[in-house]
Design a protein around this ligand. Structure first.
Ligand code: PHE
Length: 369
């Protein structure tokens, strides 16, 4: 602050003249008007209304004026401050509202835009289909039975009347766990669960066993060394082939709609009589058989495609599992789940089922469910 100015001459205290005060106000207002953001406005406030602004500095000069002049100058500066404060508050309100408006527009979230949700995988179509298959039987009051994948050779073979010399026991077909002498195999079919069910469960028995099986097989479009089967077993009094056929007809209907099945004689050591289970070709429905001009690739113009095996449980198997074959009889059937998926969903290549591409799973799960 300057010392007292006894010779008051407004010209010497230039900052306090009406013109210069007005110039300060004009500069402040222009600078507030030019501020586009609250940050600009903050700088403008510091420059024009802060402690070191020209007006604040001019204000300090008031004390140096002779008393007569102080009132005028004080009124001028006070009015100017008021104007500046008002303009500042008004501009702050404007810029603040504009900034909010801009943020609302720029940061707007369109909740209707489809988002790419984090991929969460998909139920594998084989799992989904095994659930469907299991449900067909559970809804008829059957139970789901399970067994280990590393299985005693006795249960996988001997208990099912597959003797020590049967070719299926060779290392070319069967995967052994450790030394062959250990007699532990990766089960080659779900039929050991038949044996386990007969050994463990009270009679009568109505079970299905969906599960993984292993064979020393090729890996190509129609073979995979690890695949899935679903096995069914009934042991009760008075069970015959007719019950088997009726059950399979029901299963085929639920799985494939209005489609015929056929059984034709075959051999399995654990069933007698045994049969191969065929499905009417779901592509040509048999039309290609007598129409050489329109061959069917799906059934090789046979009209039928192989689905699984079945038969009346061999009494020797019942006996091996401690069941009185004079009183009880039963039927069993088993089919490949991969094959069923191929038929049901037109999945042409089994390799897609093991490669784990979620796009394949997603594309089929809806259909398999
Ligand atoms: N286990 C047989 C197979 O793997 C299928 C089958 C099951 C056949 C039950 C008859 C009875 O080929």
């Amino acid at each position: 602050m300057s010392g007292p100015n006894t010779n008051y001459d407004p010209v010497e205290v230039t900052p306090l003249t009406a013109e210069s005060v007005q110039a300060m106000v004009d500069a402040a207002l222009a600078s507030f008007a030019a501020a586009e953001t609250l940050a600009d406005l903050k700088s403008a406030r510091i420059a024009h209304a802060g402690d070191r602004s020209p007006l604040a500095l001019a204000n300090r000069e008031i004390g140096a004026l002779p008393p007569a002049a102080r009132k005028d100058a004080g009124a001028r500066v006070g009015k100017a401050r008021g104007e500046i404060q008002q303009a500042l508050a008004a501009r702050e309100a404007e810029v603040g509202a504009a900034e909010l408006e801009r943020a609302l527009v720029e940061e707007r979230v369109d909740v209707t835009v489809p988002v790419d949700v984090a991929p969460i995988g998909a139920v594998h179509p084989i799992t989904a289909l095994m659930d469907v298959l299991g449900d067909v039987f559970v809804s008829m009051g059957w139970e789901i039975a399970e067994g280990p994948e590393a299985e005693a050779a006795w249960l996988n073979f001997d208990a099912l009347n597959i003797g020590p010399d049967h070719p299926a026991r060779g290392t070319t077909d069967t995967l052994f766990v450790g030394d062959v002498e250990n007699n532990i195999v990766l089960r080659t079919h779900t039929s050991p669960v038949q044996a386990r069910s007969m050994l463990d469960r009270p009679l009568p028995i109505y079970v299905v066993c969906p599960g993984k099986v292993y064979r020393a097989d090729e890996f190509d479009a129609t073979h995979v060394p690890v695949f899935h089967q679903i096995e069914g077993l009934v042991v009760d009094k008075g069970i015959s082939m007719a019950h088997l056929v009726g059950t399979l007809q029901h299963l085929a209907k639920v799985m494939f709609g209005d489609i015929e099945i056929r059984i034709r004689p075959n051999y399995f050591p654990f069933t007698e009589p045994s049969a191969e289970l065929d499905l009417e070709c779901f592509v040509c429905h048999g039309a290609s058989v007598n129409d050489p001009a329109n061959p069917c690739r799906t059934c090789s113009s046979e009209g039928w495609i192989e689905w699984g095996g079945c038969g009346v449980v061999n009494p020797r198997v019942l006996t091996a599992c401690g069941i009185d074959a004079e009183v009880y009889s039963g039927f069993a059937f088993g089919m490949g789940v991969e094959r069923s998926l191929m038929f049901r969903n037109n999945a042409a290549d089994m390799r897609d089922m093991v490669e784990g591409d979620v796009r394949f799973s997603r594309s089929l799960v809806g259909g398999a469910r």
